[in-house]
Write a new protein. Structure first.
Length: 106
């Protein structure tokens, strides 16, 4: 049986956070806070916040300020994104970042 999973080490996570930090910094937008969901996004959000010098991380908010960065661990089915995007005050400028994206996902 073919497994659809991948083992990831802590070093892998740290490398991915560094890569994500570079990519987020390249969009030239200041983020005063990060947002995440309690299931899956807490660790990457905290690590990225440390890299970016951001002190505020909101968890499981009902309204998402457009100037905040949403961070999650993996983009898989798109279900989390579908639940989060309507909560964005201005979805047209909403930024959503993940460490992983399942093959075939953008």
């Amino acid at each position: 049986m073919k497994s659809d999973s991948q083992n990831v080490t802590w070093n892998d996570v740290e490398k991915l956070i560094n890569i994500l930090h570079v990519k987020v910094s390249a969009i030239s937008k200041d983020f005063p806070s990060l947002l995440t969901i309690s299931r899956g996004g807490l660790v990457p959000a905290r690590l990225l916040a440390d890299h970016m010098g951001i002190d505020t991380i909101f968890v499981d908010k009902n309204k998402i300020p457009s100037d905040s960065l949403f961070v999650d661990d993996i983009y898989d089915s798109g279900d989390t994104f579908k639940k989060i995007i309507p909560k964005a005050i201005d979805p047209s400028i909403f930024v959503y970042a993940t460490l992983f994206a399942r093959d075939g996902k953008k």
